[in-house]
Design a protein around this ligand. Structure first.
Ligand SMILES: Cc1ncc(COP(=O)(O)O)c(C=O)c1O
Length: 339
């Protein structure tokens, strides 16, 4: 039983649903774990990590949460939501340049009262470390005690959230009569994947785990996963054998060369899921991962007839960011009838 302090934010368990239409089309038994339905701030996977990070921040007497990420970071939005609910200030610092409008996650961040710090121009960009330092100094001078949360909340403390979800999902799947199958999740900053990896091993679950990267990695993703696993193991006092890097089953063929880039095939996967099941995926994370699943089933990398448990990790506000919205508008305009 884990005794690491945690503040309950997420109404759990989140649903594990069987998708009959996708199952019929793909020829597998397709389940979706609704980690987009975690509640606060329109939900998403980062709230699981923030349950532990918030408890640590409060224990240290922090008055403010400060985190980093892309300008449209989902993790930043959920940090803003948690700060709002628990009476703390919040700042989200990004090396990115102001995208020219207040939309998508930046809009939600501001609605929830978080300050957003961006570079003012591409020509004269300040590095992230300098931006973070300047921002911390500014708030400390105003009397705040700042708690720094790394990118994606993906340190050992945050990854604990997905150690819990490994057990939660396994219990649900077993109760639904599943005896085997593959959990598939997106890999961004690795906390979700590594927490699930450690959690599944801890309970000897009969399910495999596959990650799908959505951007190129440096250092190589398995090396990064092994590093985070080791710090999680030490932090949580897990008595597991160290895995070899090959034990981290992570697909790197579906990142389409960049983070958060608009990709026609990813949008097609989003349209398919929306029209078949009424579930909205996002273009940066879950859309890429679902497309990867479709391709892996087609190529029999995932066995026909097997159970697939896809983690919907949230991110839907990303649809409204200018880069993606313009492509959606262009493709979907033909279905608008003006009478
Ligand atoms: C919607 C969404 N899905 C998946 C991920 C990936 O999770 P992680 O950063 O824990 O790898 C993120 C964040 O990076 C996200 O915002």
């Amino acid at each position: 039983m884990n005794t690491i302090p945690k503040i309950d934010i997420v109404p759990s368990p989140t649903p594990l649903e069987y998708l009959a239409g996708v199952s019929e089309d793909l020829g597998v038994h397709f389940y979706i774990k609704r980690e987009d339905m975690t509640g606060l701030g329109v939900g998403g996977n980062k709230l699981r990590k923030l349950q532990y990070l918030l408890a640590d921040a409060k224990a240290q007497g922090a008055t403010m949460l400060l985190t980093v990420g892309g300008a449209q970071t989902n993790h930043g939005r959920l940090t803003a939501a948690v700060a709002a609910k628990y009476g703390m200030k919040c700042a989200i610092v990004s090396e990115d340049v102001y995208p020219g409008e207040i939309s998508s996650n930046i809009l939600l961040d501001r609605i929830m009262g978080a300050d957003v710090v961006l570079n003012h121009s591409a020509e004269d960009k300040k590095p992230l470390e300098e931006m973070v330092q300047l921002t911390i100094e500014r708030y400390e001078a105003a009397g705040e005690k700042v708690y720094y949360i790394p990118m994606g909340g993906s340190n050992a403390i945050g990854a604990m959230g997905y150690v819990d979800v490994a057990k939660e999902t396994t219990d649900q799947a077993l109760a639904m009569g599943l005896e085997s199958g593959t959990f598939v999740t997106t890999v961004g900053s690795l906390g979700t994947y590594t927490g699930l990896f450690a959690g599944l091993r801890e309970i000897g679950a009969p399910f495999a785990l596959k990650g799908v990267t959505i951007a190129p990695f440096d250092p190589p993703v398995r090396e990064a996963a092994a590093g985070l696993f080791r710090s999680l193991k030490d932090f949580a006092g897990l008595s597991q054998e160290d895995p070899s890097e090959e034990d981290f089953d992570i697909e790197t063929d579906y990142d389409f060369g960049a983070y958060n880039n608009p990709v026609g095939d990813v949008r097609k996967a989003i349209y398919y899921m929306g029209r078949r099941e009424g579930i909205i995926l996002d273009p940066c994370y879950t859309g890429k991962t679902f497309l990867a699943i479709c391709k892996m089933v087609h190529d029999e990398v995932i066995a026909p007839g097997s159970n697939v448990i896809f983690f919907h990790t949230g991110g839907v506000p990303g649809i409204h960011g200018p880069v993606h919205r313009k492509e959606f508008e262009r493709e979907l305009r033909s279905g608008i009838t003006l009478l």
